[in-house]
Ligand binder design. Structure first.
Ligand SMILES: O=C([O-])CC(=O)C(=O)O
Ligand SMILES: [Mg+2]
Length: 230
């Protein structure tokens, strides 16, 4: 769908966003059955940023950031701008000026399957970005795309209003309809990991905690004292 701006879309609550951000990408991804994870070319340009929010989606054309300017107006506090491209592109569609505009609307961050520039300034501003590339090449404003239509980005299908979680480990999407169940499953996982962490810190082995020895023996793993002679 090209040449459309959709005004209405669902949102997650601030509480849901806080929970998802605190639990992080790896836990949320595991908790929802190892789904939703973006492919690694889309990576953070900073360290130690951990955000979650509702997706405002953009379908942009390569080398063209027109639709990003259109999308800013559709953003609400806590949203995350999610920019997919109609074809592979690394041009610097986004920089400190667009970030300034998004920050003035309370946007939590940007996930973009293209390039960004002014990267040092973006870090200095504290505007969190996950991008395919850092690339200074400028873009034009000439071809229509769309705002708030479903997009495919990082190998995942993202609908406007889906929850996006992003941190140092990457980006994961949680479909809007399953946000509550994903949070509940992720909480369970966090509690379970806390118990394991305490046992590992006390020196217990994963081999014993996970009862791996019988299965390893069954698979044929042997322990010998010395390297056998050839
Ligand atoms: O203006 C642009 O085309 C992108 C950019 O560098 C900025 O937002 O600062
Ligand atoms: Mg700039």
């Amino acid at each position: 769908m090209i040449g459309v701006v959709v005004r209405n879309r669902p949102s997650i609550t601030a509480d849901q966003a806080r929970s998802l951000a605190a639990m992080g990408v790896a836990t949320v991804h595991e908790a929802q059955g190892r789904t939703g994870l973006f492919l690694p070319p889309i990576a953070p340009i900073q360290r130690d940023a951990s955000i979650a929010g509702s997706a405002v989606t953009v379908l942009a054309q390569p080398g063209d950031n027109w639709m990003l300017h259109v999308a800013v107006e559709q953003c609400r506090p806590g949203d995350i701008l999610v920019v997919a491209c109609t074809t592979e592109n690394t041009d610097g569609m986004f920089g400190d000026l667009l970030a300034t505009s998004l920050m003035s609307r309370g946007v939590a961050g940007l996930v973009i399957d293209a390039g960004v520039r002014d990267s040092a300034e973006l870090r200095r501003m504290g505007f969190a970005v996950w991008a395919r590339a850092v690339h200074a090449r400028g873009t034009v404003k000439a071809t229509l795309g769309s705002v708030n239509v479903p997009v495919v980005i990082g190998g995942q299908y993202v609908k406007p209003g889906d929850a996006i979680v992003a941190d140092d480990d990457g980006v994961v999407v949680v479909p809007h309809a399953t946000v509550e169940s994903a949070i509940a499953a992720a909480r369970k996982r966090v509690l379970n990991e806390e118990a394991k962490r305490a046992r590992l810190a006390a020196g217990e082995l994963g081999l014993d905690i996970y009862d791996m020895r019988p299965k390893l023996a069954e698979a044929g793993l042997r322990y010998v004292d010395d390297l056998p002679n050839e």
